[in-house]
Design a protein around this ligand. Sequence first.
Ligand SMILES: [Zn+2]
Ligand SMILES: [Zn+2]
Length: 296
Amino acid sequence: MPASVLHGPWSRVDLHLHTTASDGSLTPVQLVALARERGLETISVTDHDSTEGVDDALARAQGSGLQVIPGVELNTDAATGELHVLGYYLDHHHAGLQARLARLRAGRLGRGEGMVQRLRRLGLDVSWERVQEIAGIGEGGAVGRPHIARALVEKGYVGSVREAFDRYIGNDGPGYVPREKLEPAEAVQIIRDAGGVPVLAHPADIPDFDTLVPGLVAAGLEGLECYYGLYAREVVARLVGQARAYGLVPTGGSDFHGTDVIPDYHLGGTPVPPEVVEALEGRKGRERPVSDPLQA
Ligand SMILES: [Zn+2]
Ligand SMILES: [Zn+2]
């Protein structure tokens, strides 16, 4: 792991973190070690369509004073593009949740293989076996586009993960295969069914925000990720205002994947007010709102 060139002081709270259980590069154990080294108090492991990293993180953090909130990030498709829904405090051993996550990952696996096939048809010699190795599939990981990008970098077809997205596997790229559809409201329900608190992830650039969010609030959305990655202060302020208007808890996290995957997103690198943790926990098991949140 390269030494951080960044700053500090680190945030005490980071509720959006990826591990090798999806497309992050640190194992859950390494992630917890780094969080402790940086003096964080509360983190959440939020892998894409997987909670496989949660138990290892909980075990490593036990007795250390670091709180680990079980989490997940579900990738969904809205009318205007991909949306991510985070889930916190869920019962990550919930059988229905695990069955659903397994199906989502299976869809993702087929899609990853489809993208490799397209790339091969474009004359690029990347192998599905190598992509799976990079993703650590043997350890319950999920294949994501960053893994395919890393295989392209490894073969020298592109200079960086970003270039792989720009040229081949970005949403309009010649090697892209769209994912199996999951509606955002359905993701909210999946999280609630497992006893979790659903939060809309990185919402700053959602084009139809004001038509989308009321429906999700009615479905049981409880939070909005306002403090995110490198969001500018004025963006954070706007989102906090929107969270308040919709009765949502403003949450936050860095979306750290490992600086070798996304160089600018550092564990603890996004300032998140510590009081969001208690506010979020307070939404556990809350009844769904019955009326229009804007009228309440
Ligand atoms: Zn996301
Ligand atoms: Zn994420």
